[in-house]
Design a protein around this ligand. Sequence first.
Ligand code: HEC
Length: 420
Amino acid sequence: MIVYALLAVACSQPDAPPATETGTPSVVETGDSGDSGPVPDDSAITYYEDIRPIVDRACARCHAENTQAFSFNDAATVVGYADLIASETAARRRPPPVADRTCAAYTGDAWYVSDDDIATFAAWAEANTPLGDPANASPPWERTTIGPYDRTLTMPQPWAPTTDNRYRCYELPLGNTAPTYLRGLEVQAGNESIAHFAVVYLLPPGVTTREGRNPQGYDCGGLGEPGWQLLTGWMPGAQGLKFPEGSGLPLPADTRFVFQMHYRYTAYDAGSTDQSALGLLLADSVARPITRLDLGPTGFTIPAGDPNYAETTEMTWTSPDAEVLAVSTRMNHLSAGLEVTAGTDDACVARYTRYDAFSPYPILLQEPRSIRNGDPLRATCRWNNSDTSPYQMYHPPQDARDGVSNDSETCKVTMYVVPK
Ligand code: HEC
C-alpha cells in the first residue's frame, strides 16, 4: 500500500468520488438501509458514546496493537487524529474500501462506513472532540474465527520480507486420498504487522504452480497464474468463509491449494518473519453440494485514458432452484468497483463502489439469494484507466489488458451456489 500511496501523491490526483463536505454536519439522505440512524445534534456527539463504537467496528481490526497501523485503542490518539479522520473519511480515502452493505447484508458488513458515520466524525471534530462518559464505552473489538479447524495447512517455513510490496506463493497439498467437501476456510495470518492481505486459490487437476511445492514458497505475481481458481481472500480482521450447515464444496482427491500472501515492509519491520496458515473445515459428505461459478470477464482491454470502462458478463442458471450463498472477488490497481447481481430483477448480491488490494475478503450473505432455473447471473466490473485513478501507474495512461502480470488487470468473481 505504501507504494501505491506514494504513487497517488506523486501524481497529485484527487481521490475517487463521492466526497462528502466536512465542516457542517448534516444528515445525508442516501437510502442507506441499515445505517446507524440520523446524526445526533453536534453538542451531543462524544467519543465514548458515538465515535468509539464506529472506530471499534470499522477501524480497530487494522488500528490496534500488533496490526499494520497505529492503534486507535485510547481516546487521546483518536482525539489527536480527529481532524485527519474527519477529512480522510470525508474524502473516502480511509478506511480502505469494503463491500457496500446497502447492496446486501453480509458477514463483516459492520466495517462499512456510511455517510452518517462520516458526518458523525466531522461533527465531533468540529465540536472540539468531547469525550463523554467512559462508563458508556462499548467493549473493545475482538477477532472472531470460524475455527476450530479440521485441518490446518501452514506455510512450511517462516518467511521474512526485505522489501515492500512482495507477493509470495505456496502450493499447499491437502493430502486427501479420497474426495471430500470443503465446509469453510480461513486465513490465519502469522504476523499482521507485515502480512498485508492474502488470496487463496484452488488448483484444478493438471494445473501446476510455477515452482511446485517449494517449501520456501516463491516470489509470484499478484494475479495468480493461468488456471488458478479463486476461492477467497483475507485482509486484517476478515473472518473466514464458512458455508451454511449441511453445505460444502466438493474437493477431488489430491486437492492442492495455492496460498498467496502479500507482504508490506518498512524499516521498522527488519527481521520480522511471517508464517501464516490456512484453516479448513472439512466433511466426508454433505446434504447440499456447492457449485463454484467463475463469473468474471476475460480477454478484455481497457482503453488508455478511459475513466469509466465496464465489462459485464452474464451466465444463465440452468439447474433446479438454488441459492447464492457467497461471493469472492479479485481486481487490481485500476479497479473502480464491481457489482454482482442474480435473478431477473437484477437483485444485488455484492457491490463495491471502490476497490483496492484489501478488498478480496469473502462476502457470505446473511440471507442466501434465491435463484430459479433460467435466471441470469451477472457481474459488472469497472475500471478507471485515466490520470484520475489513484493507483494509475502510467502517465500518460496505457491500454491495460486482462492478464496475470502485476501491471495487467483482472476481474475474478467466484459465486457459490447451492441447491434449495
Ligand atoms: C484494512 C486496514 C485498515 C482499516 C480497516 C482502517 N485503516 Fe486507517 N490506515 C491503515 C493503514 C495501513 C494506514 C497507514 C499506517 C501507517 O502509515 O503506519 C492507515 C492510516 C490511517 C490514517 C492516517 C492517514 C495519514 O495520512 O497519515 C488515518 C487518519 C486513518 N488510517 C483512519 C482510519 C479510520 C478512521 C478507520 C476506520 C473508519 C480506518 N483508518 C480503518 C489501515 C486501515
